[in-house]
Design a protein around this ligand. Sequence first.
Ligand code: PGA
Length: 263
Amino acid sequence: MTSHLRRALVAGNWKMHTAYEEAVHLAREVATSCSDASDVEVVLIPPFPWIVTLAELVRGSMLSVGAQNCSVYERGAYTGEVAAFMLAPFCRYVIVGHSERRHLFGETDEIVAAKLARVFAHGMTPILCVGERLEEREAGQTLAVVERQLATAAASIDRSQAGRLVVAYEPVWAIGTGRPATAADAQEVARFIRGWLTERYGERAGRALRVLYGGSVTADNAGTFFSEPDIDGALVGGASLDAAQFCGIVGAARVVARAKKGA
Ligand code: PGA
């Protein structure tokens, strides 16, 4: 399956880090250092309160802004929630089903599916996170877990949306541990994800949708993941808080994107 049709995507998930000044400084640094990233889509995903400021700050640049989560509800009396429609004027992407949401905040596959539908309904692109825990990998259940997560999520979208979907394969044991998956293992699951969605939504959607790898990605190891045929980019946590590291990852994506294009 040719990968050069898909634009590489590198997204930095800042999680619950950065005070206001730090967020502005980091966004400025990334905007300056990653300015030559025409082959790669670069997305900053800050905490909610900084989204509006950052969206202003990156306007007219190569960067866009995303959100880490959204409410499962459309609108109403849901204290403390942030609705998808509120994010839509400022965000191109919304992460749904990050493993920290699933495991620390009890988000079920059904909740993730409902959020996915909300994000699409408001014209944004979901970054759907899937991935197994260590004990599931050790029990040989990796593909079964990913299939279950995909199947429930996919039930809430249609064929035209499937081609726009971004799926991030993030093995839970690799997140924030400094122990990334091997590129070969990540490719195996990325291929499975694309294959599964292709079977369900057809070749066209399967060729268009992007699959990212996430979990301890650094500027040093990023290139090995991007060289794999079914991996179109990365969802980056820790390394996205350092502009030099993050732009190193973007640079690796650019080099591979150009090589894939020429291939
Ligand atoms: P990490 O986080 O890069 O710090 O491992 C990845 C993620 O949670 O998306």
